[in-house]
Design a protein around this ligand. Structure first.
Ligand SMILES: [Zn+2]
Length: 72
């Protein structure tokens, strides 16, 4: 499986990581998520499927607080 959807441990947002690269900076908090470290929710063969799950998870995730919220 090529693309992993992971949960960012810092902000709780979801992002897709290309497993060939192995890491990706969180678009919400800039934390660098690594596949080996971050919690992998699901893996996909196509980036389209992965990004669709990311969008779905982020829109239905109550605990996800983008940078605008500081009260944690
Ligand atoms: Zn984050």
């Amino acid at each position: 499986m090529r693309y992993a959807v992971v949960e960012c441990p810092v902000c709780g947002g979801y992002l897709a990581i290309d497993s060939k690269v192995g890491y990706r900076k969180c678009p919400y908090c800039s934390y660098v998520n690594k596949i080996e470290v971050s919690r992998v929710v699901k893996t996909f063969k196509s980036p389209k499927e992965a990004s669709e799950l990311v969008r779905l998870l982020n829109s239905s995730n109550d605990s996800f607080k983008p940078l605008s919220s500081n009260d944690s």
